[in-house]
Design a protein around this ligand. Structure first.
Ligand code: DSN
Length: 432
């Protein structure tokens, strides 16, 4: 085994696993709304010598030598991200979404400070104040949820809750809420109670950057996002913020300094430079006019998928979608608490989704009553409205016949045939 041998020679087992994953993603439809497929250019940047370098610090202010080229790519990523979102300051170093969110807490709150976030079961995230997460354990978290009847956020109710909880920071953001967020309304609530407004736009970043969803930047003190969801970049995250600290204008550090200091040296060590190079590439792609058309198609596809499934008798949380995702409620199909079984049946038909809680979940998070799905990845693959109809019909058939192996096999055949028409990474067997 030599230093310059191919992976297939060095490690046949890992090679085989990579080939199997390539086959899996080519054969099936990927509907997990937080997943996507990066371009060949992004993959190329990820597999580069930038993975070798340590570069604690920030461009032109590093603790190690030899960072003159790393500075170039990190600065490219920063400047492109600023342009995409109209941000004053960007930190592209967070390893992923949860570390980025930790950095915001670390930068702006003291342990035990009051905070208001979105309930995970109704569409928030673990790091938005869930009691099983650091955010819920180390801070005094109150949580807002959706209205029981409409399953929508009610901004008057959130205002009332904010006045009671007197949070130092309020979070807007979603992982399973299928409607648009009103960042301006959140800003008004924050102004009323003297709180920071933090938006976590991980799911909708691509839509926000292209105007397909309202951009939170003008209404927020700080915005976090992962870079690998609708933004279609490598697995990672970033934090965007104002330079001035609105609630602490005369403090020793401004907002940008607080965020940078929380990421490094507060929480992280050396940045992942190969990932930051890939972020730079993805942001350049997202600045092209084609990317806006892609984001518009994500939403069009989601609407058709939702309408097709509802036309076949499936119920959706809030009765539909106006972003990239939707959540099927299994209750009216007699499948309360059976999200796991439905996820498995769909997987047998080469349809990848994830089980999810529904608002006011009648079962439990491990055996929930919902299925979450979305269209970013299938849209990247080139699928449009007519393909969404085929996928929606297959999903409805599987859910109506969850224990019928033959019906599932028939759906699988239809999905395999559909996928053959949309080759993924054509001509690019990574290990060839
Ligand atoms: N795991 C992500 C999602 O699926 O929404 C959020 O971090």
């Amino acid at each position: 085994m030599a230093f310059m041998d191919d992976i297939s020679v060095v490690d046949p087992e890992t090679s085989e696993a990579i080939l199997n994953e390539e086959k899996r993603i080519r054969d099936g439809v990927e509907l997990i709304p937080s997943e996507n497929f990066v371009s060949k250019a992004v993959l190329q940047a990820l597999g580069t010598v930038f993975t070798n370098k340590y570069s604690e610090g920030y461009p032109q202010k590093r603790y190690y030598g030899g960072n003159q080229v790393v500075d170039v790519v990190e600065t490219l990523a920063i400047e492109r991200a600023k342009k995409l979102f109209g941000a004053e300051h960007v930190n592209v170093q967070p390893y992923s979404g949860s570390p980025a969110n930790q950095a915001v807490f670390f930068a702006l709150l003291e342990l035990g400070d009051p905070f208001l976030g979105f309930d995970l079961n109704a569409g928030g995230h673990l790091t938005h104040g869930s009691p099983v997460n650091f955010s819920g354990r180390f801070y005094k978290c109150a949580q807002y949820t959706v209205d029981k009847e409409t399953e929508l956020l009610d901004y008057d109710v959130i205002m009332k809750l904010a006045k009671e909880a007197k949070p130092r920071m309020i979070l807007s953001g979603l992982t399973a809420y299928p409607r648009k967020l009103d960042f301006k309304a959140f800003r008004e609530i924050c102004d009323e109670v003297g709180a920071y407004h933090w938006a976590d736009i991980a799911h909708i970043a691509g839509l926000c950057a292209t105007g397909v969803h309202q951009n939170p930047m003008p209404y927020c003190d700080v915005v976090t996002t992962t870079t690998h969801k609708t933004l279609r970049g490598p697995r990672g995250a970033m934090i965007m913020c104002s330079i001035k600290d609105r609630l602490d204008p005369n403090g020793k550090k401004n907002m940008a300094q607080k965020i940078d200091g929380a990421v490094f040296p507060g929480l992280q060590g050396g940045p992942h430079n190969h990932v930051n190079a890939a972020k730079a590439v993805a942001f350049r792609e997202a600045l092209q006019p084609d990317f806006k058309r892609y984001c518009q198609q994500i939403v069009k596809n989601a609407k058709v998928l939702a309408d097709t499934m509802m036309g076949k008798g499936l119920e959706l949380v809030t009765g539909g979608t106006d972003n990239h995702l939707m959540v099927i409620k299994l209750v009216n199909k007699g499948l309360t608490g059976k999200g796991k079984e439905v996820q498995t049946a769909l997987q047998e038909a080469e349809i990848t989704v994830n089980k999810n809680t529904i608002p006011y979940e009648p079962s439990s998070p491990f055996n929930p009553s919902g299925i979450r799905l979305g269209t970013p990845a299938v849209t990247t693959r080139g699928m449009k409205e007519s393909e969404m109809k085929v996928i929606g019909e297959c999903i409805a058939r599987v859910i109506d016949n969850v224990n019928d192996k033959e019906a599932i096999a028939r759906a699988r055949k239809d999905i395999l045939e559909l996928c053959r028409g949309f080759p993924l990474y054509p001509g690019m067997g990574i290990l060839k």
